[in-house]
Design a protein around this ligand. Sequence first.
Ligand code: FMN
Length: 341
Amino acid sequence: MPRGTKSQPASQMVRKTNRPNPSQIQGLDLSVDLAPNNPHHLHLTNPVMIASGTFGYDGYGRGITGDMDLGELGAVIPKTFTHLPREGNPEPRWHPTSYREAWDAGDILFLNAIGLTNPGIEAGLVDVTPSWDRWNATCILSFASDSVKQFGDMAAMANQGTGFQGIELNLSCPNVEDGSLFGHSANLTAQAVAAVRKNTDRPILAKLAPNVPNIIEIARAAVDGGADAISIGNTIPAMHIDTKTRQPVLGNVTGGLSGPGLRPISLALVYQVSNAVDIPIIGIGGIFSGEHAAEYILAGASAVQIGSANLVGLSAPWRILSELKDWMSHSGLSNLKGLRI
Ligand SMILES: Cc1cc2nc3c(=O)[nH]c(=O)nc-3n(C[C@H](O)[C@H](O)[C@H](O)COP(=O)(O)O)c2cc1C
């Protein structure tokens, strides 16, 4: 894994009367605290994060090269761990199989059904997370559970772990007791977050499922459970059938829609929730440019996560961060605070 150098904290912007070349602008303040109510805080130097499951080719950073300085990004969220190891879904797990070619061809239908392939949290905390310290980046552990109790147990295990500064709860996972997704129930969301809160004082991001009738109810439940921030959101259930083969394109038949099609949906959810809760919101879904990131910030997000854009090109988050800075400069902004429409 590459060793990154942590970038210096941004200093105060000096406002200039003549608009300078954006790429030369120094001193923009993009810093954000994603856990202002938590004594540990979660200070990021900028709001551009890598979304869980899309970091490198395997979700844990494979393919990230030494020239990609992870310390320059706001934070990295490697792939979700579950309690036990998981092999994942049958192939094919991706549509399109080459995101790069599809993107170049203008095909923007991004589906996946990976099935949370991972080594399990026990092995993860021993063999995987300690090496994250070498990146000199802010790292966030993501986990998903089968039950409220298991959420609490995993938090207790994670509390002993190293290599990460916060925890993101992937609530798009089924509760074994009734088969419903945690993120589809306000009650289960509150209980899962509270079970984690009980066993750790590290910052908690609650990552919500977007396909719910009332996202505000779920977001408020996450706040009640003790979440420090809310991530919106995960993929939306979707499928695609190849009419030539007359077969579904995913081995699992159905999967999750990510990418550009998700952006306006997720953006509206961020906007709704930002009106209803007063903890930071992290916008996720179809962010492929700095302007897309700016759109989420205008909708009320404090930070953004880049997912599918990484699958088109691993350097996407650095480009998006640079474009966001350009947008700030062109807009005469020295920081990103108080921009909500
Ligand atoms: C290939 C792939 C794997 C993913 N794996 C995870 C995961 O392990 N945990 C998780 O919380 N979200 C996972 N996601 C969802 C993303 O983190 C993100 O929420 C979603 O893709 C929407 O963002 P995007 O449109 O920028 O891709 C995955 C998405 C993709 C495309």
